[in-house]
Design a binder for this molecule. Structure first.
Ligand code: F6P
Length: 323
């Protein structure tokens, strides 16, 4: 192994820079050269590489986003895109590729591995929907950002005796919503994995009002059927029944822009170096994550196209603690 490439793909996540830094420095420590691919798979197909030295990745561990840039790249789902990406790696004399990203990105990594590219993935997305890891890089910081908003919303909600529906990201996965609900002390959580949670919101809000609470805070995952606006309209239509007036806040991309906290920096540093170790051992086609605090390698074939289920016990915990 002489030269490796690293790219960040899909939605950016706090800690991606720390992972890039770890890949570059761990690679250089083995005597390899490292090149960065600009703007994810889009840059790979276009052959946009730049050399990365240990100095190039100085001062980035504490920065959110990704210094390499990122992109959604539908072209990689097609044969022509895969051929172009493979050729670009050959042309740049790259021996192996490290892909830092979430579900779609690792599905792309699997497609490249199936074509013979030596590749390792690093689990990074604020959605935490990837099989093969307990927690992805970025989700903990994104949760902290969501919590700051939730804590503030509870203040104004109490002053006005309102119910707030707070929409958080997560695509089709309710992990971010569920955890924000537990940590934010929400009166209810609505997530796609539990359809009954949407129907139960009115009851939870009514219940909070009936027990004399000053507000009701509902965390809504963006992936629920019908979306947060339809849910708000339904509540407002039953205004007298639910007690509170209703407001909606969508936190949206704000969740992605935070500076990574200690947990994400350490997770990214560990998995970045572990991806280099895996390649050095001749391993390919795996996702690097942490399971029960140990580095884990999961075949990309088991990761691609799958979504990690949520723990039903955590949903029950959110319900019990909402009293
Ligand atoms: O996958 C990360 C994520 O932030 C999802 O939670 C969200 O649904 C999506 O990306 C938003 O994508 P985009 O930044 O392309 O609008």
């Amino acid at each position: 192994m002489k030269r490796i490439a690293v790219l960040t793909s899909g939605g950016d996540a706090p800690g991606m820079n720390a992972a890039i830094r770890a890949v570059v420095r761990a690679g250089i420590d083995r005597g390899w050269s490292v090149v960065g691919v600009e703007n994810g798979y889009t840059g790979l197909i276009a052959g946009s590489f730049r050399p990365l030295t240990d100095r190039d990745v100085g001062g980035i561990i504490q920065r959110g986003g990704t210094v390499l840039g990122s992109a959604r790249c539908p072209e990689l789902r097609h044969e022509a895109g895969l051929v172009a990406a493979t050729r670009a790696l050959e042309h740049a004399e790259v021996d192996a590729l490290i892909v830092i990203g979430g579900n779609g990105s690792q599905t792309g990594a699997h497609a490249l591995a199936s074509r013979g590219v030596t590749v390792a993935g690093i689990a990074s997305t604020i959605d935490n929907d990837l099989v093969g890891c307990d927690v992805t890089i970025g989700v903990t910081t994104a949760l902290d950002v969501a919590l700051e908003a939730i804590d503030r919303l509870k203040v104004t909600a109490s002053s006005h005796h309102r119910a707030f529906l707070v929409e958080v990201m997560g695509r089709d996965c309710g992990y971010l919503g569920l955890m924000a609900g537990i940590a934010g002390g929400a009166e209810a959580v609505a997530i796609p994995e539990v359809p009954a949670s949407v129907a139960g919101v009115a009851e939870a809000v009514r219940d909070a009002y009936g027990r004399g609470k000053a507000h009701a805070l509902v965390v809504v995952a963006e992936g629920i059927r019908g979306g947060v606006d339809a849910l708000a309209q339904e509540l407002m239509a039953h205004r007298t029944d639910v007690g509170f007036t209703v407001r909606v806040t969508k936190i949206g991309h704000v969740q992605r822009g935070g500076a990574p906290g200690a947990f994400d920096r350490i997770l990214a540093s560990r998995t970045g170096a572990a991806a280099v170790d895996a390649l050095a051992r001749g391993t390919t086609g795996v996702l690097i994550g942490v399971i029960q605090n140990q580095i884990a390698e999961t075949p990309l074939a088991e990761v691609a196209g799958r979504t990690k289920p949520i723990d039903p016990a955590l949903f029950e915990l959110a319900r019990v603690l909402a009293r």
